[in-house]
Write a protein that binds this ligand. Structure first.
Ligand code: AMP
Ligand code: ZN
Length: 140
């Protein structure tokens, strides 16, 4: 595996930063997008989270929310990631409505994280699909 993590005893409320902990994978396409080595259409960025439009959208609104840390899937998340996961989830409605999903309950959006081969995961850097907008959609 290309990624490594320095042992640390950070409290779960503390923000973990990819750069300070070297938690990136040089072979990972989403780590390359975060680093700006592969172009993307950015939706949002802060010190621990990045969001960008899916290159192959299924729905009128379709973007991905990812942690800057290289976490392979939600099945790899640990208690130290609790705050990060909460912040990612709270961003989903905020960004979905900002990007054009119509208001709840007539509008809304779908939030999906494919996990493992049988879960349909193709890119092994945890990502949450946020899909919305008027139906029909291409898929989903
Ligand atoms: P999954 O099947 O859940 O692993 O989804 C991976 C998603 O990443 C797919 O919806 C792809 O269209 C999307 N994707 C792959 N490469 C890129 C890229 N360079 N920029 C934006 N989205 C991408
Ligand atoms: Zn990665």
């Amino acid at each position: 595996m290309g990624w490594k993590k320095k042992p640390c005893a950070k409290r779960k409320t503390e923000k973990l930063q990819a750069s300070e902990n070297n938690m990136t994978d040089v072979n990972c396409i989403f780590c390359k997008i975060i680093a700006g080595q592969i172009p993307s259409r950015k939706v949002y960025e802060d010190d621990e989270i990045f969001a960008f439009h899916d290159i192959n959208p299924w729905a009128p609104v379709h973007f991905l929310i990812i942690p800057k840390l290289h976490i392979a899937s939600v099945a790899h998340a640990t208690p130290e990631h609790e705050g990060l996961l909460g912040r990612m989830m709270l961003l989903a409605p905020k960004l979905a409505f900002q990007e054009g999903a119509r208001p709840y309950p007539d509008g809304g959006f779908r939030l999906v994280t494919n996990t493992g081969a049988e879960g349909g995961q193709e890119v092994h850097h945890m990502h949450w699909h946020v899909m919305g907008g008027p139906r029909p959609w291409l898929r989903g």
